[in-house]
Ligand binder design. Sequence first.
Ligand SMILES: Nc1ncnc2c1ncn2[C@@H]1O[C@H](COP(=O)(O)OP(=O)(O)OP(=O)(O)O)[C@@H](O)[C@H]1O
Length: 230
Amino acid sequence: MSIVNLQQVSKSFSKGEEVITPLREVDLEIHAGEFVSLMGPSGTGKSTLLNLVSGIDRPDAGKVIVAGTDLTHLNRNRLADWRAANLGYIFQTHNLIPVLTAYENVELPTLLLKLTSKQRRERVNLALAAVGLSERAGHYPRQLSGGQEQRVGIARAIVAHPKVVVADEPTGSLDSETSEQIQHLLQRLNRELNITMLMVTHDREVAAIASRQLTLDRGKFLTAEDLAPC
Ligand SMILES: Nc1ncnc2c1ncn2[C@@H]1O[C@H](COP(=O)(O)OP(=O)(O)OP(=O)(O)O)[C@@H](O)[C@H]1O
């Protein structure tokens, strides 16, 4: 079953006189449960693509259908509700709120969902357990290591039981040992919780943990032929 479906998607930005078109009539289909990595030179539109899949931005042309919903026609409020229920976002730097504990940071996205306080507590505890941080629930971000902070960020991304999780360089600011731990965690969440993942990375080794590797260059996906050595 296709869970992410981009059809002939184009996106441009104006920078003064200049028009930049990072995505040009791009097609992409991701099946439920897949782990897809996305590589490509800087400025080729990887983050733009994640923003379209997560409904943060809108395409200029084409369709973006995610988890059965055509995002192209949703207004801002409907889009925000859709995102809260269907999509998790993992950032390069965790973006945790410093004055909230790990538990409260993970709880935040659930406040947008219609849940009882018991259901909410269960979801947060489950997400913290999934990333191995139950015993740090009461800690503030400054009391956590970089890897633990990223794990809280991942718990926050999965707490609403999203159908799709997008990750923008999730290991980009971590040392190699911590990066490996996070890679294993993402793989485990994909395999054990069947979360569909779309991950941008600049690191070939990190990209290799995915079940499918894509490369974006100058507004288009490269094919196997483009990538084959001459
Ligand atoms: N909101 C915006 N307004 C104007 N230009 C933008 C905007 N967002 C992205 N761009 C431009 O679109 C192009 C693609 O940006 P994007 O961030 O998607 O690239 P990227 O492949 O993720 O790059 P990197 O690997 O460096 O993160 C860049 O030239 C960028 O400057």
